[in-house]
Design a protein around this ligand. Structure first.
Ligand SMILES: [Zn+2]
Ligand SMILES: [Zn+2]
Length: 308
């Protein structure tokens, strides 16, 4: 049932200006879904009016310029609202869900230089400058209060002290194969061997370099965007770890390596030459389905109840 206008025809929705509005609502079904009972409704409405296009009818992504998916919530192209500057909740734009996750906590001003630098480093080996990585809204992991207690040392440590740390070559801890810097990373949780191999590959002269950006990684400050993290090349599958900086790990969530570099290259091209995002990505590991979300939530809850 549609609301009647003054001339007897159905009245149109003021946001999309295409579809007729519903009997019980101010908007059409599609627009109402993104506006009604949502926070910052007026900012959302402004973002939708900016993103709207008439030919073909729909909404376009602010970053890729492609038409947004409005019905399938599990699709990576489903419409979402991005905070252009994290913290400023009234400055919203519409974008594809995967772009929102790819951009993460970066502001628009921080996002573009990082994408260009990633593209330059990966395809042309132009060094990634450390000054580019300034992410004001970055929130990493909280520092561990008691690092020792959480380590899973093997049951039978070495009887004698090894001469050099197996990973970086520094002086090892007593009765251990690894030094004070490497041991907390090596023994932190599962997949120790893969972790050790990744660290060995990343280490040159006792400095650890990220495999994807070539940046020196931060080992002490867990809240830095350059903190050393371990990336699974196939999301959700164990093994084959890579030591990468935290902000790249965050960008690669649910994307395969090929998809990630395709996206980086295409975004850099758009930024330099303009145009529309044209590259095909297969999103083989996209897991933002309702089912996966519920599962992740349950895991988080369980972990919190285990170690409060
Ligand atoms: Zn509408
Ligand atoms: Zn070491």
């Amino acid at each position: 049932m549609y609301r009647q206008g003054t001339d007897g025809k159905p009245a149109i929705c003021p946001v999309c200006e295409i579809r007729a509005r519903l009997e019980h609502s101010f908007f059409c079904f599609e627009c109402g879904k993104f506006l009604l009972h949502k926070p910052q409704q007026s900012a959302r409405r402004k973002a939708m009016e900016r993103a709207r296009c008439f030919n073909p009818p729909g909404f376009r992504c602010y970053y890729t310029g492609r038409l947004l998916e409005l019905y399938d919530e599990n699709s990576p192209h489903y419409a979402s609202f991005d905070h252009r500057t994290p913290g400023d909740k009234w400055d919203l734009v519409m974008c594809e869900r995967w772009v929102n996750s790819f951009k993460g906590p970066m502001s628009e001003k921080e996002f573009w230089p990082i994408v260009l630098a990633l593209d330059d480093w990966h395809f042309k080996r132009i060094p990634f400058l450390i000054e580019i990585v300034k992410i004001a809204a970055w929130h990493g992991n909280k520092p561990r209060r008691d690092r020792r207690r959480k380590l899973h040392f093997p049951l039978l440590p070495l009887r004698e002290c090894a001469e050099f740390c197996d990973i970086c070559g520094a002086k090892p801890l007593p009765r251990s194969k690894y030094c004070a810097v490497c041991a907390p990373f090596y023994y932190r949780c599962g997949e120790n061997l893969a972790r050790g191999a990744a660290m060995k590959r990343a280490c040159r002269n006792r400095v650890f370099y990220c495999e994807y950006t070539g940046l020196p990684m931060e080992l002490e400050d867990t809240e830095s965007p350059r903190y050393m993290e371990f990336h699974h090349p196939i999301p959700g599958k164990k093994g084959g770890l890579r030591a990468v900086v935290a902000f790249v790990n965050r960008m690669m969530t649910d994307l395969s390596e090929d998809d990630f570099w395709t996206a980086v290259h295409e975004f850099a091209r758009i930024r330099r030459e303009g145009g529309e995002f044209g590259a095909a990505m297969d999103f083989k590991y996209w897991r933002r389905t309702k089912k996966a979300r519920a599962k992740r939530k349950a895991t988080r809850k369980r972990r919190r109840s285990q170690n409060p």
